[in-house]
Design a protein around this ligand. Structure first.
Ligand code: ATP
Length: 384
């Protein structure tokens, strides 16, 4: 078992006028065996949260429960958790074999032969058996990261805590290790909290994602929930790459007025109860913008600013009302700087946010389909 619960977790560094609230009143439950990714921009409090869970930082307020047992005041070594760091933190003077076995040697009363057996098994699982007699300096970054993972796995903890473990690897290796960590985690079924600032890692690895900003939880949900039904403008802009486009609009009944165009909403688009607030932000993801012939309802005429061909698709940057926006279009479409084209923001793909609070007022119709009655399927999709 390894259900982890954070209840009103708060961490303040310093005091008086210099106090920094790194984590504020964080409530989060991570199910037994779940892979939860803590994601957010630099300084949002994700590492501090992880370090509080590990016991490397004291908590200022709140409680951490592991299977219902309060652990916030326990020593790190008594928490039955294993942490994997970005910088591997291997002992340079020890061989891989000793690095792997060291934790068991000092923290358990296992016999030498039992430890040796566990080392061999773990090395096999991570495909590093041939490296057992080498020292860390003779290993590549990817191999060192495998050893660091091995050191966590060998302890058979209740919880894995991973702090940006792939940041020091090159892009290709990161992709491979991403898959590998997912496979290991799912095979071992160990509750995992994984910290990253990289929304792609969050989207591809997590059963659920917890998005933090300024020490506050913005949303927790499956990757598809956060993508299709972001709780607010921050999550909408953070999850998805390239970022969602945001256009300031004024709402007059069923019309959204932008300084360069107007957009007619269908009659049933907004429930009456959520009709308040005239100043809104229209959100549309680059991959949902369509190029059209120009005669469709709500089509907007724009001038192409820059085209970035990526092969299968191209990013097209266009100007509208003095701002630059991004569309992702098929790579087969040939466009050049200065071309005039029409773009369409499909009504079932647009999002509306309250301009003042940033809260989502309406998400895409796809969100309602995926996140509503079909939420279980959305979870399956995200974790498969
Ligand atoms: P990054 O991705 O850059 O590591 P993060 O989201 O992990 O960022 P934290 O490292 O948790 O963010 O930091 C959250 C806030 O707490 C930041 O404002 C940071 O400056 C502050 N902070 C973190 N550790 C300390 C410390 N030991 N003393 C004082 N302030 C700290």
């Amino acid at each position: 078992m390894g259900e982890l619960q954070l209840n009103g977790l708060r961490k303040v560094f310093g005091d008086g006028g210099n106090a920094i609230v790194a984590v504020n009143d964080l409530d989060l439950t991570i199910d037994d065996g779940e892979f939860l990714v803590l994601v957010g921009p630099s300084g949002c409090g994700k590492s501090t949260t992880l370090r509080c869970i590990a016991g490397l930082e004291s908590v200022s307020d709140g409680e951490i429960l592991l299977d219902g047992d309060p652990i916030a005041r326990k020593r790190p070594r008594d928490r039955d958790m294993a942490m994997v760091f970005q910088n591997y933190a291997l002992y340079p003077h020890m061989t891989v074999r000793k690095n792997l076995g060291y934790g068991l040697k000092i923290m358990t009363d296992l016999s030498k032969s039992a430890i040796d057996e566990r080392v061999e098994e773990t090395a096999e699982m991570l495909e590093i058996s041939e490296l057992l007699d080498k020292k860390p300096k003779a290993l590549s970054g990817g191999q060192q990261q495998r050893v660091a993972l091995g050191r966590a796995i060998i302890r058979e903890p209740e919880v894995f805590l991973m702090d940006e473990p792939l940041s020091n690897l090159d892009a290709k290796l990161r992709t491979t290790m991403r898959t590998e960590i997912q496979r290991l985690q799912s095979d071992l079924g160990v509750t995992t909290v994984y910290v990253t600032h990289d929304q792609t890692e969050a989207m591809t690895m997590g059963d659920r994602i917890a998005v933090l900003d300024g020490g506050e939880l913005q949303q927790v949900g499956t990757p598809l929930e956060c993508y299709h039904a972001p709780a607010n403008r921050f999550v909408a802009g953070f999850i998805g790459s390239p970022s969602m486009n945001f256009l300031n609009v004024e709402r007059r009944d069923r019309t959204l007025l932008h300084e360069a165009f107007s957009y007619e909403l269908p009659g049933d688009f907004l429930p009456e109860s959520e009709a308040a607030g005239d100043e809104m932000v229209l959100g549309v993801r680059p991959e949902h913008i369509e190029l059209t012939d120009g005669d469709e309802r709500n089509a907007v005429r724009v001038r192409v600013d820059v085209v970035e061909p990526m092969g299968e698709h191209s990013y097209v940057y266009f100007r509208l009302g003095g701002e630059t926006y991004t569309a992702s279009v098929s790579g087969d479409v040939i466009l050049r700087q200065g071309d005039e084209v029409s773009v369409n923001f499909p009504v079932d793909r647009i999002h509306l946010f309250d301009a003042r609070t940033g809260a989502a007022v309406k998400n895409s119709a796809v969100a309602e389909r995926t996140v509503g009655a079909d939420a279980d399927r959305s979870r399956t999709l995200s974790s498969s």
